[in-house]
Ligand binder design. Structure first.
Ligand code: SF4
Length: 339
């Protein structure tokens, strides 16, 4: 029987599957997906063993298969995804997530080329640095039609990275290499055409997270934040999500750093690393609600297109990354959470 693998088949996020009409349903509070997230798929899965990831080889598979950033990722023919994407005005960007697999580089190039030729959407690639040794792979992605890349550094410190993604779990990823590839990507795609993903709540202090965001900023990479969510069956299924007040402070700090309103050096931290002073008045920033929206690659209008609705929490829980502008009641809630 023919195997349903990439590049002929590709997974979409549940939100993308709903938006493209493969499944019916709508999102809590009518959140609208703007960025189409695609994920390469192989029988062997991802060769990474990251402790917190739903795609990890070390994860026990659940009844419904594997989830990733909390949601299901159904598999469809690439052909059909492209057809259904054409003329979907709601979609402002497409992102192809590589996985750590020997065929991923070649297949990513194929998928970029198809999307470039057949749609008018800007294309991001969430790259797997472990597969990238020289900048020619990145140059090839750019030539094929991608204009931005993301790098999921995820863990904020070298120790946590090593412990959860590297030698500590017998995994292939290395902290220094991830940052070297970030640097390489900035030189190929340009300053701030690169984003790093960081997950809050893997065991880092707030100071360590803020320092990692600052490190990205200095190298020309924006930070896209995620809040840790325990994936069932993963080795970290019992680890809790970070407290909301911690997540809100980090969102504010990220906004200040990425918008160049301040820096980690001007912020103050308690002995346990907790952020106690942002180095500026944050009242008016909180009032805009913008720091608490999902951060991700922009669409043609310069606004965040990758809004990943409910990728960090169950719809019944308080929203961590707002996929839309928070309303007045949301801002009141956020203020309370920050207290
Ligand atoms: S922010 Fe979104 S579009 Fe950009 S690389 Fe990350 S997942 Fe992809």
């Amino acid at each position: 029987m023919e195997q349903k693998v990439s590049p002929e088949f590709i997974q979409t996020s549940l939100a993308a599957s709903l938006t493209l009409g493969f499944q019916s349903g709508s999102f809590h509070r009518n959140a609208k997906l703007k960025g189409l997230n695609l994920l390469l798929h192989y029988e062997e899965g991802c060769l990474g063993k990251c402790h917190f990831c739903g795609l990890s080889r070390s994860r026990r598979e659940g009844r419904k298969g594997k989830t990733f950033i909390r949601v299901d990722w159904p598999l469809y023919p690439l052909e059909e995804i492209i057809e259904r994407t054409k003329g979907k005005d709601q979609i402002h960007r497409v992102c192809i997530s590589m996985v750590t697999h020997p065929k991923a580089l070649e297949d990513t190039l194929y998928v970029i080329q198809r999307l470039r030729r057949e749609t008018d959407l800007p294309i991001s690639v969430l790259i797997s640095p472990t597969l990238i040794q020289r900048d020619d792979s990145l140059v090839a992605m750019k030539k094929a039609g991608a204009d931005r890349v993301g790098i999921a550094i995820d863990a904020a410190t070298p120790q946590l990275f090593d412990q959860l993604r590297g030698k500590g779990v017998g995994g292939p990823h290395r902290w220094n290499h991830y940052w070297d590839v970030t640097q390489m990507a900035v030189s190929v795609f340009g300053r701030f055409y690169v984003g790093i993903h960081l997950i809050v709540g893997l065991g880092e202090t707030e100071k360590e997270m803020v320092d990692a965001i600052q490190q990205g900023q200095e190298r020309g990479a924006y930070t896209h934040l995620f809040s840790f969510f325990p994936e069932m069956g993963s080795p970290m299924e019992k680890h809790s999500s970070p407290p909301l007040d911690q997540y809100r402070r980090i969102q504010l700090a990220r906004w200040i750093i990425n918008e160049s309103l301040g820096s980690a050096g001007r912020m103050k931290f308690a002995e346990n690393g907790r952020l106690i002073d942002f180095g500026m008045d944050v009242e008016s920033l909180i009032q805009t609600g913008e720091p608490f929206m999902t951060s991700g690659c922009p669409g043609r209008n310069g606004k965040v297109a990758c809004n990943r609705p409910y990728g960090n929490e169950r719809p019944s829980a308080p929203i961590r990354n707002f996929p839309f502008m928070p309303e007045a009641e949301d801002i009141e809630e956020i203020k309370k959470q920050l207290e």
